[in-house]
Design a protein around this ligand. Structure first.
Ligand code: ATP
Ligand code: MG
Length: 444
C-alpha cells in the first residue's frame, strides 16, 4: 500500500543534509549566551492552559486564535506557543527566584501556534530565547539586547535593524489608553472584530493588528512615549545611553507594542527587510509584572526570543557561512569475512579517539565500496583483504590528494592514524604560515 501520509501543514522536516545549519545556530547561540553568564533551562512542551491565559493575555492573537489546546482524558493542556511563560513558571516552581539574583536562563525549543502558514510563519517553529529575572536596571535591558546583537553579528547577519520603544508601566498606560480610545472612537465601526474587543479591553493592542484597515487607521494614533511617567521616561533615557555605550545602533519605533500582554517599559524588535513580510527575527522586552501575576513576589524581569527559521531564511539569503558538517574520517573497504572482523576491531579503536570510521554493511564489491566512500566524502580510505591481513599492513589513502602511506594493522593502528591526521594539519598550518610570511614580505 502506498504511503501517502504527509506532514501537517505549517511543519517542516530538517533533513540530514541541512542539519549542520541548525547546529551552527544552536552552537553559536549557546556559546554566546554562556559568555554572558546565562545557563540553559529545559521545560515541558505542554503546560496547563491557564498559565498562558494568565501570562500571554486574553486580548492577544496567541490566546484568541493560535493556541493548540488538547484534552487528554479529563485534563486540558496547551502546547507552548512561546517559552517565557513556561520558563517563569519553572523558575517559580523550583524556587530559583529565592536564590541569588539575577537568574539568567536561555532555552532552545519548539513552539506551536495555529497560524496561516507562509514563509517565516509556521505552526511548529523554533525559538532561541532567554530570560533574566531580578534586575530593574536599564543596564539589564541593554545587556540583553547586547547579547542578541552579538549573536546576530556572530552568525554573520547584516541588515538587521534594532527598533526600540517603551510601553511604560500600568500607571502611564492608563492615561495612554484613554488617549487611544479617544482617537479610535470615531472609527470604531470600521475596526476588525478583534480590534473592537481590544478597544474595550486593551486598546494598545490595536496598534499590533495585522489587518491593513486597522493598520492604516492606527497610522496617526497618539504615541506612548508622550505619555510616560517620570520613572519610565528616565528608564528609557538611561537605557538608550547604555545602548550607545555598547555601540549598538537603534531606531525609536512607537509602533512596537509587542503582541503579548506581559510587557512593561522597554520593548524591542530586530527587523530585516531581506526576507519578506515576516521580517522580525528577534523580539522581546521587559515584563516587570509577570512574575507577580503568576503568583511570585514582585521581581522585575526581561527577555527575548529569536525565531530560528527566520534566522535561517536570512542566513540563506545573505549567503552566510556555516560550521563545517562532520564527515567520515576513514572508510574501510573490505574483502572477505576475516577482513571484516579486523576492520570491526580497528573502527572500535578509532571511534574511541573520536574519529568517524565506517565500513561496508551492504556486501558490495570493493569498487562499489570505494564509490560509496567518495560519495560520503570520506577523508581517508583503506582497503583490507587477504593480502593486507597476511602482511599485517595496509595502504591509507588520502582521498583529496591521492597520497598513500602504509600503516601497520597492529594495536598502534589508531595512534598511527592519528599521527597521519595530525601531520596533515601541520601541513596546512605550514602552508598558511608561508603565505602569511609572503604577505608580510610584500608589505615591506
Ligand atoms: P509576529 O508579529 O511575526 O506574529 P509575534 O509578535 O507573534 O510575531 P513573538 O511572540 O514575539 O512573535 O515571538 C518571537 C519571535 O518568534 C518572532 O519575532 C519570530 O521571529 C518568531 N515567530 C513567532 N511566530 C512565529 C511563527 N508562527 N513561525 C515562525 N517564527 C515565529
Ligand atoms: Mg504572531
Amino acid at each position: 500500500m502506498a504511503m501517502n501520509i504527509k506532514r501537517p501543514n505549517g511543519t517542516e522536516d530538517v533533513l540530514p543534509k541541512d542539519v549542520y545549519k541548525w547546529h551552527t545556530i544552536e552552537k553559536i547561540a549557546r556559546e554566546t549566551a554562556e559568555s554572558f553568564g546565562f545557563s540553559e533551562i529545559r521545560i515541558p512542551t505542554f503546560e496547563n492552559t491557564d498559565l498562558f491565559l494568565r501570562s500571554v493575555g486574553e486580548t492577544t492573537d496567541v490566546v484568541q486564535k493560535e493556541m493548540y489546546t488538547v484534552k487528554a482524558k479529563e485534563t486540558e493542556f496547551t502546547l507552548r506557543p512561546e517559552g517565557t511563560a513556561g520558563t517563569i513558571r519553572a523558575l517559580l516552581q523550583n524556587g530559583l527566584l529565592n536564590e541569588a539574583l539575577p537568574q539568567k536562563v536561555f532555552y532552545m525549543l519548539s513552539c506551536f501556534r495555529h497560524e496561516r502558514p507562509q514563509a517565516g510563519r509556521l505552526r511548529e517553529f523554533h525559538q532561541f530565547g532567554l530570560e533574566m529575572a531580578g534586575s530593574a536596571s536599564p543596564a539589564a535591558d541593554a545587556e540583553v539586547i547586547s547579547l542578541a546583537s552579538t549573536l546576530l553579528s556572530r552568525l554573520g547577519l547584516k541588515n538587521v535593524e534594532l527598533h526600540i520603544n517603551s510601553i511604560g508601566c500600568p500607571s502611564c498606560r492608563a492615561k495612554y489608553h484613554e488617549a487611544l480610545r479617544a482617537y479610535f472612537e470615531p472609527h470604531l465601526e470600521e475596526l476588525c472584530d478583534t480590534c473592537k474587543e481590544r478597544f474595550v479591553k486593551n486598546p494598545m493592542r490595536l496598534l499590533d493588528c495585522k489587518s491593513p484597515i486597522c493598520k492604516e487607521m492606527g497610522k496617526d494614533a497618539p504615541v506612548i512615549l508622550d505619555y510616560l511617567c517620570d520613572e519610565c521616561k528616565d528608564h528609557f533615557e538611561i537605557f538608550k545611553k547604555h545602548l550607545e555605550t555598547f555601540g549598538i545602533d537603534y531606531v525609536i519605533d512607537p509602533k512596537i507594542v509587542r503582541g503579548l500582554d506581559y510587557y512593561t517599559k522597554t520593548v524591542f524588535e530586530f527587523i530585516t527587510n531581506e526576507i519578506g513580510a515576516q521580517g522580525t527575527v528577534c523580539a522581546g522586552g521587559r515584563y516587570d509584572g509577570l512574575i507577580e501575576q503568576l503568583g511570585g513576589q514582585h521581581i522585575p524581569a526581561l527577555g527575548f526570543a529569536m525565531g530560528i527559521e527566520r534566522i535561517l531564511l536570512l542566513m540563506e539569503k545573505l549567503g552566510c557561512d556555516y560550521l563545517t558538517p562532520k564527515k567520515c574520517d576513514i572508510y574501510f573497504a573490505t574483502m572477505g569475512d576475516a577482513a571484516l572482523a579486523k576492520v570491526m576491531e580497528l573502527v572500535k579503536g578509532l571511534r574511541e579517539y573520536g574519529y568517524c570510521a565506517e565500513y561496508d554493511l551492504m556486501g558490495r564489491g570493493v569498487k562499489a565500496q570505494m564509490k560509496y566512500a567518495n560519495k560520503i566524502g570520506a577523508a581517508y580510505t583503506m582497503v583490507i583483504g587477504d593480502n593486507e591481513l597476511n602482511e599485517g599492513r595496509a595502504r591509507l589513502k588520502e582521498m583529496e590528494t591521492g597520497h598513500e602511506k602504509e600503516l601497520k594493522l597492529d594495536d598502534k593502528f589508531t595512534a598511527n592514524f592519528e599521527n597521519e591526521y595530525f601531520n596533515k594539519v601541520l601541513d596546512v598550518m605550514d602552508a598558511e604560515n608561508s603565505s602569511m610570511f609572503a604577505f608580510t614580505g610584500e608589505d615591506k
